[in-house]
Design a protein around this ligand. Sequence first.
Ligand code: SAH
Length: 361
Amino acid sequence: MRTLPLVFEAPKRGLPPRHLADLDGPARRAAVVELGEKPFRAEQLSRHWFAGHTPEQMTDLPLALRERLTAALLPPLLSPVRDVECDDGATRKTLWRGHDGTLVESVLMRYTDRTTVCVSSQAGCGMACPFCATGQAGLTRNLSTAEIVEQVVVANAAESAVGGRVSNVVFMGMGEPMANYNRVVAAVRRLIEPTPYGLGMSQRNIVVSTVGLVPAIKRLTEEGLQITLALSLHAPDDELRNTLVPVNTRWPVSEVLSAALAYTKTTGRRLSIEYALIRDVNDQPFRADLLAKRLKGKLVHVNLIPLNPTPGSEWDASPKPVEKEFVRRLRAAGIATTVRDTRGREIAGACGQLSAAEAAV
Ligand code: SAH
C-alpha cells in the first residue's frame, strides 16, 4: 500500500490560467474594470459563459471587446476528447483534456425525475483506497474551480439544447473533493449562485463525497452551506477501514462520524453514508449490525454500492443474497438504506471506474 501524502492540499502546479469562473461576482467586476471596461461587462460575460456560449455567440459584446475579454478571462480549460454512451443514451461519460494534457472524466445520468452530473475535482486521487480505480493511479493535480464548474456548464448547455437541464451535481468522480477544499467550495458557490453569476442550482441537489478528512469537514460545517455530505465509510470498524480507506489511520471511524454528524446537525441535511459492498470483505452480518449500531438514531441514509470490480483486482461485489441480508439488517434497525444502481458499468463510468488512463486506451 502506498504511504499517505502528508499534505492534502496539492501544490498549484499544472492549474490553468485564471478564468472568470474562478472569481466571485465582485472579483469578476474588478477584473473587468482592471481591463478598462465597465463593470456590467462582467455580468454579460458571465451570462454567456454559464449558458455555455462560445465567443461567437456573445453578440451583445462588440467584437474587439469580446476578443479582449475572452483572451483575458476565458482561457481554454477542458476540451472534450470523447463521449461514450450507454443505458440507451441515459448515461454519458465525457473524457476531457486539460490545458496541460491532463485527462479527467465526468458522467451525465438522466433519470425520470432528475439529471445528474458526476464531476471530478482532481485529476487522479491521493487517497489510495485499494478498491478504487482512480486511487490506484495516485494524484496528478487539483482541478481549478473553473475546470470543475465547466464540467457542469457544458453538460447543462447540452441538456438545455434538448429542453432539459442539469438538476443535480455529485462530487463523486475522480479525486477527493476535500483535498482540493478551496476550489471545490468555490465551485459549489458558482453552481448555486443565481444567474448571471452562477448556474442557479439548488443546494439540496449538490452532494460532496469524502473519504473523511476531518479538518475539512469541520471547515465545511462553518461555510453556511446546505449541501449534502456523503461519507465514504465502507467499514464500521477501524481495523477493516484502515485497509479500505487508508486515511482512516489518521482520522478513525468515531472521529470521522462525529465530524460528519456535526455537519448534519448544523445544516439539517441528512448524512449519506457510502458503503461499497465487497464480497467476503465488509459484507458480513456482524458488520451490518455494527454499522447499524453506530448510526442508530442519527440523521443518516446508507447508500450501499455493489462493488464495481477494478481491472486486476481480486475483489468482487457481494452476492445478491448477502447484499439483501445486509440491507435487511440495517432496515430492521431503523436505518434508511438503499442500494445504488450501477449506471455506466459498460462504459467504465460507474463508481470508482473513472480512470482516464483506461478511457484513453
Ligand atoms: N473521493 C471521494 C469521492 C470519489 S468516489 C470519496 O471517496 O468519497 C465516490 C464513491 O465511489 C466513494 O464512496 C467511493 O468509495 C466509491 N467507489 C470507489 N471505487 C469504487 C468501486 N470500485 N466500486 C464501488 N464504489 C466505489
